[in-house]
Design a protein around this ligand. Sequence first.
Ligand SMILES: [Zn+2]
Length: 145
Amino acid sequence: MAKTAKKDVLSYNTKLRAEIETDVNEAPRARVHSVEWRKIMDGEPVEINPSIGHGYKIMTVDEWAGRWKRNDDFPECLSCNSNNTKEHHFTQTWCRGKKTWESELLCMDCHNFTWRSYRDPDFKLPEEYEREKWAAMVAGQPVPV
Ligand SMILES: [Zn+2]
């Protein structure tokens, strides 16, 4: 029972119905960590992860990214093809079985950031559904499903 159920679990990276957008940058495209990345590149101290200490420290890229994990679904750096990467940003949003997600990796070999993002062609946020539903009701049209 558990086995069959597992097969049906929806995952962000399966049954994709559109192209994954990709992008390679020398700095994070995601807002998260972008300030710290600039400091690391400039040799300025950055905040120590609160789970291991406190205060600020000048860190190497390896040290700073030490706690991040590789995303084994998308491990490849699109700049140098290395799989020696760590994911620093991941979000996914689901609405009525449709999805959108973003992933960004830091390559530990070339220090470029690889961005991937995906959006189902008919993905809508819950508030967009609501707006369309009300617009249809006001106009006396069938409510979109
Ligand atoms: Zn690379």
